[in-house]
Design a protein around this ligand. Sequence first.
Ligand SMILES: Cc1cc2nc3c(=O)[nH]c(=O)nc-3n(C[C@H](O)[C@H](O)[C@H](O)COP(=O)(O)OP(=O)(O)OC[C@H]3O[C@@H](n4cnc5c(N)ncnc54)[C@H](O)[C@@H]3O)c2cc1C
Length: 375
Amino acid sequence: MAASMRLNNPELQRKLEEVENYTEDTIASIARYYDETEEFPHEPMEYFFQNDFFSLLTSNSEEDLTVFLETIRIVSSKFAALGSILLTQGFYAVVPLHQFGTDEQKAIYLPDLISGTSYGGFGLSEENDSGDPTYIHTLAVETPFGWVINGNKKYISNAPLASVLLVAARTKSLDGSDGTGIFIVETDRKGLTVTEPMEKTGITSLQVASVQLQQIEVAHDALLGNTLEGVDQVTFTMNLMKLSVAMQAVGIAQGAFAKGLEHMSVVRKFGNRLIDNQSTQEKMADMKTSIYSAEAFVRMVMTDTQNSIEVAMAKLLTANIALEVTESIIQLTGGYGFMKDSDIERYIRDANVTSIYGGSSRSQRRMITEPWVNS
Ligand SMILES: Cc1cc2nc3c(=O)[nH]c(=O)nc-3n(C[C@H](O)[C@H](O)[C@H](O)COP(=O)(O)OP(=O)(O)OC[C@H]3O[C@@H](n4cnc5c(N)ncnc54)[C@H](O)[C@@H]3O)c2cc1C
């Protein structure tokens, strides 16, 4: 598969090579265990906390961001759920706090999120909203003492173990004006309920739950950045989230391809190999080309992370490729790919989420067509 990008900074290059080695030597061999048991992978997460990966997202350096996104791709090529946990902690907790938090908010929350002392999550999705910040029903009403929040958030990653959630809400200020804000809500607040982790068909060790907020009282300074620019904050956060899911999708496609090729290269009973079939070779050549070009496209979009339309195209394209490649690999490897022992079926289960979370493929298409429809 395509090698990681060459970076100018030798220290970052080494960090990336170490991730590749750790993924190959350790993560690859434990992925099935975590997939089957659905346990949260605390041990591999420790590697990323101890090696200070989340600080890469607080330096404002493009190259550091690239290393984090490449890490998501590399890890997801062997264990996609671990990629999901990394991208949730990174782009749904560390990034919005770093980007928009006041100095005080950053000082309170970031050190623990970066060191792994605490986990965070981001509550945007609700019933019937498809991740669109303009359709939020959760309401925060301002009082002389702070804000009172009521609402329900669904499918919130890391919620079962998070100590802090960033909750997107419509707001009604004391002066009667309406707005949108993101609130920093500690999960031990009275009135906050996190449901049991939901059972899922893929990325099983990512913990996902619904969050109910009933008359949650928070102080004025719980408003992220002390500003009601929630729609812009959500858009910024979601663009980076989508790019990370795009890198995850590339990683899943690369991992499935490598697993498939490995099996196709094994000499069979009568001396032939599956890869000796010309039609299989042609199919594999097409897939290799698609994955390679998708990876190159995402890397191009990574240089302008707030170009929402290009980001939407990157997410749409890579999710489609992850679905096509995993489906094709299972067909090309026959019964072997269908069996759990091969690990290949896990890739197809995991690939599905890339076209759903971070905004569905359908909503990416809507975003791409919006300028034509509204002009
Ligand atoms: C594993 C997992 C983790 C998640 N983690 C988080 C998280 O941490 N934080 C968070 O906020 N959210 C999270 N989500 C939610 C995720 O972002 C949403 O599931 C996603 O945005 C799709 O929304 P939905 O499930 O409500 O789909 P629905 O709104 O029920 O839509 C279902 C399908 O119909 C399509 N559709 C909807 N409306 C229309 C229409 N008018 N016309 C045509 N098609 C339409 C949608 O695009 C989609 O394909 C997570 C989801 C999953 C599965």
